[in-house]
Design a protein around this ligand. Structure first.
Ligand code: NAD
Length: 307
C-alpha cells in the first residue's frame, strides 16, 4: 500500500491526515513539521484511533527523510498573513520556505508527486516546479478544487440538488481573480441556464458566496481546514487508484488559450503519473478574458518575487 507524507502538521495538514486515515487511502502517513513536537502530538492523537479504523500507520519528525518512499508529498507548511502585512510579503516569506524545503524533499525522493496547498497556491506551485526540477505533471496545486466544491455546494443548495449532480467549475487563480465557467455548467446533462428556476443573478449570488467563503469562515473561526482536508484526501485517492478523475488543479500552462509559463487552475485528469490530461474547455469570450486576467495577476506576482 501507499505512503503519503504531509509537510506542515498545522490545521490543514493534521486534518488532511485525519481525512486520509478515515478514508483508508494509504497504509502510511508521515507528518513533518518544523516543530517536531507538533508533528509527534498529531501523530500520537491519530494513531490512538487505530482500534476503530485499522490499516494506517503514522510516522513523524522534522526531517525530510520522512519523505523517503512516499508516493505523494503534500505541502501545507507555511505562514499565515499577519496584521499589517501585505499579500506580497507573505508570498516572499512562503517562497523562501519552499526554496529551502523543496531541494530537501528531492534529496530523499525523486519520484514522488508533490501537491501544493500552501497559499498563494498558484505561485507556490510555480516555484516548486522550478525548485524541484520535476516534470510538470508531477507537481500541481489543489487550486480551485476547494472553490469548485463550494460553488457546487451553493448551487446544489439553490437548486435543491446534490452537489455531486451539479457540474460546474471555478477556473483561474485560487483567489480574487478566479471565475466560474457558466458556459460549461450542467445539471443531469442539461445546460444550467436551461434549468427551471435558474437566473444569471442566482448564479452570481452563488459565485459571490463561493468567493467570500474563506473570508467568512476565517472571520468566524480563524482558519479553514475541513473541506480542504477532504479535497486533499480525494485527490490522493484519485492518484493512487489511477482513476482518471477530473479536478480543477493549479497546473503549469503551455499554450492554453495562448497562456503559458504560469500556474493556474484548469480541469485536469489525474492518474498514477500525476496530471494525465488537461481539459481545454470551450470558454466563451468573457471567460477567456477572465482567464487572461487571472494569468496576468499571477504573472505579475511571479515577476515581483523571482529574481
Ligand atoms: P497552520 O499555521 O495551522 O500550519 C502551518 C504549519 O506549518 C505549522 O504547524 C508550522 O509549524 C509549519 N511550518 C512552518 N514553516 C515550516 C517549515 N519550514 N517546515 C515545516 N513546517 C513548517 O496553517 P494552516 O491553517 O494549516 O494553513 C496552512 C496553509 O494552507 C496556509 O498557507 C493556508 O493559507 C493554506 N490553505 C490553503 C487552502 C487551499 O485551498 N489551497 C485552504 C486552506 C488553507
Amino acid at each position: 500500500m501507499a505512503k503519503i507524507a504531509i509537510i506542515g502538521a498545522g490545521f490543514v495538514g493534521s486534518t488532511a491526515a485525519y481525512a486520509l486515515f478515515l478514508k483508508k487511502v494509504c497504509s502510511t502517513i508521515a507528518l513533518i513539521d518544523i516543530s517536531k513536537e507538533k508533528a509527534e502530538g498529531e501523530a500520537m492523537d491519530l494513531e490512538q484511533g487505530m482500534l476503530f479504523v485499522p490499516g494506517t500507520h503514522f510516522s513523524y519528525g522534522s526531517s525530510y527523510e520522512q519523505c523517503k518512499d512516499a508516493d505523494i508529498v503534500v505541502i501545507t507548511a507555511g505562514l499565515a498573513q499577519k496584521k499589517g502585512e501585505t499579500r506580497l510579503d507573505l508570498v516572499r516569506k512562503n517562497a523562501a520556505i519552499l526554496k529551502e524545503m523543496v531541494p530537501k524533499i528531492v534529496e530523499h525522493n525523486k519520484s514522488c508527486i508533490i501537491i501544493l496547498v500552501t497559499n498563494p497556491v498558484d505561485i507556490m506551485t510555480y516555484l516548486t516546479i522550478k525548485y524541484s526540477g520535476f516534470p510538470k505533471e508531477r507537481v500541481f496545486g489543489t487550486g480551485t478544487t476547494l472553490d469548485t466544491a463550494r460553488l457546487r455546494y451553493y448551487l446544489g443548495e439553490y437548486l435543491n440538488l446534490s452537489p455531486q449532480s451539479v457540474h460546474a467549475y471555478i477556473m483561474g487563480e485560487h483567489g480574487d481573480s478566479e471565475f466560474p465557467v457558466w458556459s460549461a455548467a450542467a445539471v443531469g446533462g442539461l445546460r444550467i441556464d436551461n434549468m427551471h428556476g435558474w437566473s444569471a443573478e442566482a448564479g452570481e449570488s452563488c459565485f459571490q458566496k463561493t468567493k467570500n467563503a474563506a473570508y467568512e469562515i476565517i472571520n468566524r473561526k480563524g482558519a479553514t481546514y475541513y473541506a480542504i482536508a477532504l479535497v486533499i484526501a480525494d485527490i490522493c485517492e484519485a492518484i493512487l487508484s489511477d482513476e482518471g478523475k477530473i479536478f480543477p488543479l493549479s497546473t503549469y500552462l503551455e499554450n492554453y488559450y495562448d497562456e503559458g509559463d504560469v500556474c493556474l487552475s484548469v480541469p485536469c485528469a489525474l492518474g498514477k503519473e500525476g496530471i494525465r490530461r488537461r481539459i481545454q474547455l470551450p470558454l466563451n469570450d468573457s471567460e477567456q478574458q477572465a482567464l487572461h486576467k487571472s494569468a496576468g495577476v499571477l504573472k505579475g506576482i511571479i515577476k515581483d518575487i523571482v529574481e
